[in-house]
Design a protein around this ligand. Structure first.
Ligand SMILES: [Mg+2]
Length: 129
């Protein structure tokens, strides 16, 4: 069982992402900004993180940079999921240390495919309903 941390200041987006993932097959942790995410990862080991770019207190880019500075999170799979679609934003995401960059709204199949390719979790399936 894998643990996924969803970091987004929008409750609606977090609920939607949770809906995309079969909650019974793995555990999901939520955070509404970078500061909260940093607190959560000290309490729970995680296998993958999905990060929004624009958030109050600490945005996604700063969060990813902070995490990548810590050797224990050097190889943590990170997906940046944001409404920012410009090539410049893509570059900023990858420079910060994201492994995958996706723009909202994201197709569930694409998101799950990316998660599979990053953590090889075959228990994740697309919800049929
Ligand atoms: Mg946001």
């Amino acid at each position: 069982m894998s643990t996924v941390l969803i970091v987004d200041d929008s409750l609606t987006v977090r609920k939607m992402l949770i809906h995309f993932l079969r909650s019974g097959e793995h555990s999901i942790i939520e955070a509404s900004n970078g500061i909260e995410a940093l607190e959560k990862i000290t309490m729970h080991p995680i296998d993958l993180m999905m990060v929004d770019m624009n958030m109050p207190h600490m945005d996604g880019l700063e969060l990813i940079k902070t995490i990548r500075q810590q050797p224990v999170y050097e190889d943590l799979p990170i997906i940046m999921l944001t409404t920012e679609s410009s090539p410049e934003s893509h570059n900023l995401g990858f420079e910060a240390g994201a492994n995958v960059y996706l723009t909202k709204p994201v197709q569930p199949h694409l998101l799950l495919y990316k998660i599979h390719s990053l953590i090889g979790d075959h228990n994740l399936e697309v919800k049929q309903d």
